[in-house]
Design a protein around this ligand. Structure first.
Ligand code: AHM
Ligand code: MG
Length: 344
């Protein structure tokens, strides 16, 4: 009997190393940075699994039994990412949705090649209800020559992302990433503390069977958007004529992850009162857009690819349509048609 490589258990670190081998001459900095992120994810996952005990063990601002300050989970996740990333001199800059400004990093070497941007705990309004939440990240190569990173290093289009991924803290914890060679998912085995390859080379179905949108905002959508969502329900060219079913968690990572596996589209359009939508280009939309594209999907701001947008500021917001490629392209086409929905 011959042992097939597919029988091997693969943890995320070994997988990332295999990906590195596709790039002869790679320094290993990206590999170790992705390893740092998966390490941080395990620490955050452990804390998330205790979230419901906070009221029993001590509220925010209290001291816990070890005499440590109890932190809100999103603050904890942010602090954990900052503590884990780039200790080996791989990064020149970090940007977090939780921080107003970027953090220049200088561990003395002055030569960190990469910068990492992240949303440490996305969907945080769901924490207290035990609903799944996540972490989103993207890694860029710096454009400034040397020394601590600069703002211009972050203000690059998503098409320049070198690696992106997310972690879902759900019924199990999953780490999903791409470094440009497919999208791969790993499930945390809490018993051994390892992310094991469980979803190799994820591909999203071309047409959505699910639509995910906060329909409470419908009164403030354009007529065009109302008609787009109506057509998603009843069936249209973008859904092979079939009507979609609705699923909306209110955690972008979790909604995106489910749609990636099953085929679906997530929409966070502009509304009268919020002209650029709610979601952030740098920390949420661009990293997930890279994942979507490498899984065969697509992400649009309604006019064109999210990945083409160059942010003007780090907290810039953007309308987001992301998921099954055929469906998002159909939405984009309808948004370009001023007559669509005009008769409503
Ligand atoms: P957050 O980063 O503060 O958690 O906000 C982003 C979240 C997304 O996860 C989710 O898709 C969206 O907000 C839900 O917004 P709404 O409650 O308006 O539907
Ligand atoms: Mg978020």
């Amino acid at each position: 009997m011959t042992l097939q490589p597919s029988h091997n258990l693969m943890n995320v670190e070994n997988h990332i190393l295999e990906m590195q081998n596709l790039h002869p001459g790679a320094s290993g900095d990206l590999t170790s940075l992705l390893g740092d992120i998966s390490f941080a994810a395990k620490i955050i996952a452990r804390e998330v699994s205790h979230a419901g005990l906070v009221d029993i063990l001590g509220a925010t601002g209290d001291e816990n039994v070890q005499g440590e300050q109890v932190q809100k989970l999103d603050e904890y996740a942010n602090a954990t990412m900052l503590r884990c990333l780039g200790r080996k001199g791989q990064v020149c800059l970090l940007g977090s949705e939780e921080l107003e400004d970027v953090l220049e990093v200088d561990f003395g070497s002055g030569s960190g090649k990469y910068l990492v941007v992240f949303d440490p705990l996305d969907g945080s309004s769901n924490i207290d209800a035990n609903v799944s939440i996540g972490t989103i990240f993207a890694i860029y190569a710096r454009v400034s020559p040397h020394g601590p990173g600069q703002l211009r290093d972050v203000l690059q289009s998503g098409s320049k992302i070198v690696a992106a991924g997310y972690v879902v803290y759900g019924s199990s914890t999953m780490f999903v990433y791409t470094a440009g060679h497919g999208v791969h998912g790993f499930t945390l085995d809490p018993g051994i503390g390892e992310f094991l390859l469980s979803h190799q080379n994820i591909k999203i179905p071309f047409e959505a069977g699910i639509y995910s949108v906060n329909e409470g905002n419908e009164p403030r959508w354009t007529q065009q958007m109302k008609e787009i969502v109506r057509k998603l329900k009843y069936g249209c060219d973008g859904t092979a004529g079939k009507g979609c079913t609705a699923r909306y968690i209110g955690s972008l990572v979790s909604d995106f992850h489910r749609n990636l596996l099953y085929g679906g589209v997530f929409l966070y359009p502009a509304t009268e009162d919020v002209p650029n939508g709610k979601l952030r280009l740098v920390y949420e939309a661009a990293p997930l857009a890279m994942i979507a594209e490498h899984a065969g999907g697509y992400a649009s701001d309604g006019n064109g690819p999210i990945l083409d947008r160059i942010p003007d500021s780090i907290h810039e917001r953007v309308p987001l349509f992301i998921g099954s490629r055929g469906t998002v392209l159909w939405i984009e086409k309808k948004m370009a048609d001023p007559e669509f929905g005009a008769g409503l």
